[in-house]
Every structure is written in structure tokens, then in C-alpha cells.
Design a protein around this ligand. Structure first.
Ligand code: ADP
Length: 241
């Protein structure tokens, strides 16, 4: 974010380097129930991102001292494969993965009816196989489908989506070059029905008006992504005549 460069991210026609309009998402594909061993699973391709999400639980939380008498604990683990980025990434958790695991756990906890399952844990594994910016929001979107596939009751499907600012323009869903050379990236997790925000982070700088515009753009996109999630669930669960 914010690396000074002469690279133009928006051309004279107002288009981005991959040909998108400012408020256009990258192509997204989702599939539910892709793993046999997990209680719930989903796979998402979002632009250049390829991410698998798997859910186990609710099951008795272990070790016992982590159990909570009144609710389930949500343990999300975000992990990037060594081959997911240009330069081989050192295997194992780093500070970034620890932070993302924490904020994703909190976002998911805010939609799950955790009080239904005291003393249990719900474990959510997000495995980034290929990364191209926006992995946390794509991961949240897939995790939400995997939770639904596991039959875990939620207030709403949660949708991840980022917006930001490149070449002074507020845009939706930054890709890797835009993330590297742009001015700001704002990943969000949104509850599409109530339009609540379950996660909002910001990297870079924006004015208040720009931030409001970015949030509004992500809210609209969340409705589109939510429809895709429903379609993906229907493809697995509704028999086609
Ligand atoms: P997000 O993927 O949620 O946008 P970041 O903004 O931290 O998270 O990362 C942006 C992108 O930078 C990632 O999607 C990935 O393509 C790349 N990236 C992140 N961490 C590394 C790393 N350790 N090595 C190489 N590239 C990375």
C-alpha cells in the first residue's frame, strides 16, 4: 500500500489495469461442500485468489480450560500456503496470520448463535492456496458458506468485501497491483440483510467522505455477493428438476 510509483492505476477512460470500472468486482466463483471429512466446507475463486474453507464443530472444546459455560468459542485459523504468493512464503503462522485469524474469528462470532452451543468450539480453517489481495474478505465469504454447510445457525450469511482508493479514486475490490500501489484499502465484513458491519480495517489514508463512499460501494457489492452465496448453497442443497 502506498508505494510511490509512476504506475497509473486508472486510465484516461476511467478503467482500471484489469479493465474494471471503479465499482466493479473481480469474477467470483463459489462451491459448497467440497471436502468429505469436514462438517462443512466451501471453495472460492475471487479474481486471482483461490481459497478453501473448512469447518469442524460444534464439538467439545479442547483443552477444557478454553471452554465457555455460556457459549461456543469460534476459532478461525487463516493460513497461507507457501506457494500462494510470488516469492515462496515461509510456512507456518506469522504475525499477519495471527492478526487475521483473530479478526476473522471475531467477525464470524458476531453472526453465529454461539449461545446455542455452550462448552463447544467451532473451528474454521481458511487455507489460502493462491493470493492476489483481498484474501481475508474472500476467506470470510467462503467461511460463511462452510458454516452454513455445517448447519451452524447464523443471523445472516456474512460477506467479505474490500474497497479502497487508487489514483485518487474510490474503487471496489482492489487487486494486487492496486493494493501495492494504491492509497488505501478497507477490508470489510458485512451482514447483507441488516447492512451491519462486522469487520472494518483500514490500510492507508482516506478522507471521511472517501471512506463513506468506500463503505457504500462495499455495501452494494455485498448484496451481489450474498446472492452468489445463496446460489452456491442452492446448487448443493436444492434438487434441480
Ligand atoms: P489481504 O489478502 O486480505 O488483502 P494484505 O493486504 O495483508 O491482506 O495482503 C495483500 C496481498 O499481499 C495478499 O493477498 C497477498 O497477495 C500478498 N501477500 C500477503 N502476505 C504476503 C507474504 N508474506 N508474501 C508475499 N505476498 C504476500
Amino acid at each position: 500500500m502506498g508505494i510511490k510509483s509512476d504506475i497509473r492505476l486508472i486510465d484516461d477512460n476511467g478503467l482500471r489495469i484489469d479493465g474494471r470500472l471503479p465499482n466493479q468486482l473481480r469474477p467470483i466463483k463459489m462451491e459448497v461442500g467440497v471436502l468429505d471429512r469436514a462438517d462443512g466446507s466451501a471453495y472460492i475463486e475471487w479474481g486471482g485468489n483461490k481459497i478453501m474453507a473448512a469447518v469442524y464443530g460444534p464439538r467439545e472444546a479442547y483443552p477444557k480450560h478454553v471452554q465457555e459455560a455460556e457459549k461456543a468459542i469460534i476459532r478461525a485459523r487463516y493460513s497461507m500456503a507457501p506457494f500462494s504468493v510470488d516469492e515462496r512464503k515461509r510456512p507456518g503462522p506469522d504475525r499477519r496470520a495471527v492478526e487475521l485469524s483473530k479478526v476473522i474469528s471475531e467477525a464470524l462470532e458476531s453472526v453465529i448463535f454461539v449461545e446455542k452451543y455452550p462448552r463447544t468450539s467451532i473451528d474454521v480453517y481458511i487455507e489460502v492456496l493462491q493470493a492476489d489481495a483481498g484474501t481475508r474478505v474472500a476467506g470470510i465469504t467462503a467461511a460463511s458458506l462452510a458454516l452454513a454447510d455445517a448447519g451452524i445457525p447464523m443471523r445472516d450469511l456474512i460477506v467479505g468485501c474490500a474497497a479502497g482508493k487508487i489514483d485518487g479514486v474510490v474503487v471496489l475490490d482492489l487487486n494486487k497491483e492496486e493494493d501495492n500501489y494504491g492509497e488505501a484499502d478497507v477490508p470489510m465484513a458485512i451482514l447483507p440483510r441488516t447492512r451491519e458491519i462486522a469487520l472494518l480495517q483500514m490500510d492507508g489514508d482516506m478522507t471521511y467522505e472517501e471512506l463513506t463512499g468506500a463503505i457504500e460501494m462495499a455495501m452494494e457489492a455485498a448484496q451481489t455477493i450474498h446472492k452468489m452465496q445463496i446460489e452456491a448453497l442452492k446448487r448443493k442443497y436444492v434438487e434441480v428438476e
